[in-house]
Design a protein around this ligand. Structure first.
Ligand code: RUB
Length: 312
């Protein structure tokens, strides 16, 4: 199997998951494809690259880091196959390095918001959110973590594993125990799959419940998001599609047979309104959600026309 097919399958089945990892894996899959296409015809090369783009684009619908990464890697203008190939390789390498550096920078910026003695609640597993917590801990701050299980895929275990390996005291809680435990939290830190032009956050289903409970308890709600998590297409009035995953993630096929008339809803993400977000930590600084429009138009620099293309 080619790296392209393997990566697409791993993103689809969530072996590769988390918006940042998905973006980096997709960029590297395009790079590998560019390296392996054997042709002298630029049209042929372009056609094959577009097909690879399309395959990766369709793997998961919500994390905007995926189409953003694909567009960044596919920004090439070349007169020959070799020129195109080397531009794609350079774009992919630059994206991956930039993405890894962004996560580190977010860690440094976000860690300044974590004071000594803080307990931080987090949801699902976000590399950017985990980086903030780990960076704060490394600066000798005496902190602890409350991690939700994150049913049905239990990404909370990944977070627990990271925190345990780093030696950070951690408490695992049920998703339904978020409000009860919020009184023990000094801050909530979560990641992002997408941020819309009006500053709303799309992240793992249940995130909006942490935000509501944090708001009620006056606990700061902080989002860790690289700028490529901001969605240019929302500038055109489009909504971010919420992925609906297979019912078998919620209830086994055997149990489903027991209740043939039962409906199961399994949205993978939800929407947190910008009014519940105190701060978004990006690699270009800690910003209010109201600056999303600026990030999309000025930082990402995408014209509305370009934002409207999905490249397919
Ligand atoms: C993962 C999830 C993460 C964001 C950010 O969902 O919601 O919070 O993707 O992660 P899933 P990161 O497990 O369904 O992919 O900060 O690592 O990009």
């Amino acid at each position: 199997m080619t790296i392209l097919l393997e990566t697409a399958e791993k993103i689809r089945n969530m072996e590769i998951r988390g918006a940042g990892r998905i973006a980096r894996a997709a960029a590297l899959a395009l790079k590998d494809e560019a390296k392996s296409i054997e042709t002298d015809s630029l049209d042929d090369f372009n056609g094959k690259m577009k097909a690879a783009y399309k395959m990766l684009y369709l793997t998961r619908p919500t994390a905007v880091s995926l189409p953003n990464a694909l567009r960044i890697v596919m920004r090439y203008k070349a007169a020959t196959v070799e020129e195109a190939r080397s531009q794609i390789i350079a774009n992919a390498d630059a994206f991956v390095t930039g993405s890894e550096n962004a996560v580190k920078r977010i860690g440094e910026i976000g860690a300044r918001r974590i004071k000594d003695g803080y307990t931080i609640m987090t949801h699902c597993n976000s590399s950017a959110a985990a980086q903030i917590i780990q960076t704060a801990f490394k600066t000798k701050k005496d902190i602890s973590v409350i991690a939700t299980e994150t049913r049905p895929r239990m990404q909370g275990y990944v977070t627990v594993d990271i925190m345990q390996k780093a030696g950070i005291p951690t408490t695992l809680i049920l998703d339904s125990a978020v409000r009860y435990n919020m009184k023990k939290a000094d801050a909530v830190v979560v990641g992002a799959d997408a941020i819309t032009v009006n500053g709303n956050l799309i992240n793992k289903v249940g995130t909006s419940q942490l935000a509501l409970a944090a708001h009620e308890a006056r606990v700061p709600f902080i989002v860790a998001a690289e700028t490529y998590k901001f969605s240019p297409r929302t500038l055109l009035g489009e909504l971010v599609e919420i992925e609906e995953r297979d019912p078998s993630e919620v209830l086994s096929p055997e149990m489903q047979k027991k209740w043939p008339n039962l409906k199961i809803a399994n949205p993978a993400f939800d929407i947190t309104p910008h009014s519940y977000i105190d701060l978004i930590c990006t690699e270009i600084g800690a910003i209010p959600p109201e600056m999303a429009y600026w990030v999309i138009t000025e930082k990402l620099g995408w014209e509305i026309e370009e934002a409207g293309e999905n490249g397919i």
